[in-house]
Design a protein around this ligand. Structure first.
Ligand SMILES: [Zn+2]
Length: 308
């Protein structure tokens, strides 16, 4: 069985950072957001975290050879089609209801089967028993339960919605795009707040439907990563001594072959852990009120101070 540590959460919650930290540990390999490989890797040939375009990356070439006898033979258009059918928010209630209807089950199983081939190939190529996938999507956390041959561990990463909304407001370039200049999407405060609420509610709903997940807080992670990861240590097969390697302020993470994710994955082989509280001074009071107003029930349930 390949253990898959899946990071679920709202966009801009720090999933790339968490994945980089876990990927630095012995026996673990971080592959970025695997869900996006079919389009951003195979179809668009965007850069891997190692700096090479996907098709030129030796790691991903070896994975493609093992999984499908080469990416040329991989059913990427079919996978994009299946993704549009099942891997979407609106499918979540149908997927999380047991038993899943027969028609949906066949589609999900075909999609999940091909994802399973990739996870197993990654495990073999990296010779790591735990694969870290930071795809974030709550729907995929549910689909993951149907991937054959894997042992899924869902990590629910949460971060203050106001910090998340502030991050969405900043224009940032995408170093993974090989030709021309591209920028990450930006959202206004209301849209960012609604996205945050929708993602976190969906993960809580999946939890109620019997899909186990463990909550991790971004703010605690950057202050004391070994302590914050203590609750998931045994599920990930890690020891105290191993997670102690993640004590900051600077952690060596090495070269990671990540297929999609935040530009932070191109920032070198070390990460600096520090609280990012820029929103507290840079965000307008009005925007803070909008975000807090739209997210307060969950924000408060997660222990964040609304007046903060
Ligand atoms: Zn690479």
């Amino acid at each position: 069985m390949t253990r898959v540590a899946y990071i679920a959460g709202a966009g801009r919650s720090g999933s790339t950072l968490l994945a980089m930290l876990l990927g630095a540990l012995p026996g673990c390999v971080s592959i970025g957001e695997l869900r996006h490989m079919w389009r951003r890797g195979i179809q668009l040939n965007q850069r891997c975290g190692c700096g090479e375009p996907f098709w030129d990356c030796p790691f991903w070439s070896a994975v493609g050879d093992r999984a499908f006898a080469g990416w040329d033979n991989a059913p990427h258009e079919r996978m994009l089609d299946l993704q549009r059918q099942v891997d979407r928010y609106r499918q979540l209630p149908r997927l999380a209801t047991m038993p899943v209807a027969a028609g949906v089950r066949r589609t999900v199983d075909e999609y999940a089967g091909n994802m399973g081939r990739v996870y197993r190939a990654v495990e073999e190529v990296a010779q790591s028993s735990t694969v870290i996938d930071s795809s974030k999507s709550p729907t995929f956390a549910v689909i993951l339960q149907r991937v054959p041959g894997i042992d899924p561990v869902v990590l629910h990463l949460i971060r203050d919605s106001r910090a998340v909304a502030h991050s969405w407001s900043r224009r940032r370039s995408m170093p993974e795009v090989v030709e021309g200049q591209a920028y990450m999407a930006t959202y206004g405060p209301a849209r960012a707040a609604i996205d945050w609420a929708r993602s976190n509610v969906a993960i809580e709903a999946a939890h109620l439907a019997g899909i186990d997940s463990t909550r991790l807080r971004y703010e605690a992670l950057v202050r004391a990563a070994p302590q914050e990861l203590a609750r998931v240590r045994s599920a990930l097969g890690l020891t105290d001594a191993q997670t102690a390697l993640l004590a900051g302020p600077v952690v060596k993470v090495g070269l990671q072959h990540t297929v999609a994710g935040n530009p932070a994955r191109f920032s070198g082989d070390h990460v600096r852990l520090r609280p990012d509280e820029e929103w507290k001074s840079a965000m307008s009071a009005r925007d803070r009120r909008v975000v807090a107003g739209l997210t307060w029930p969950l924000l408060s349930a997660y222990g964040y101070r609304i007046g903060g």
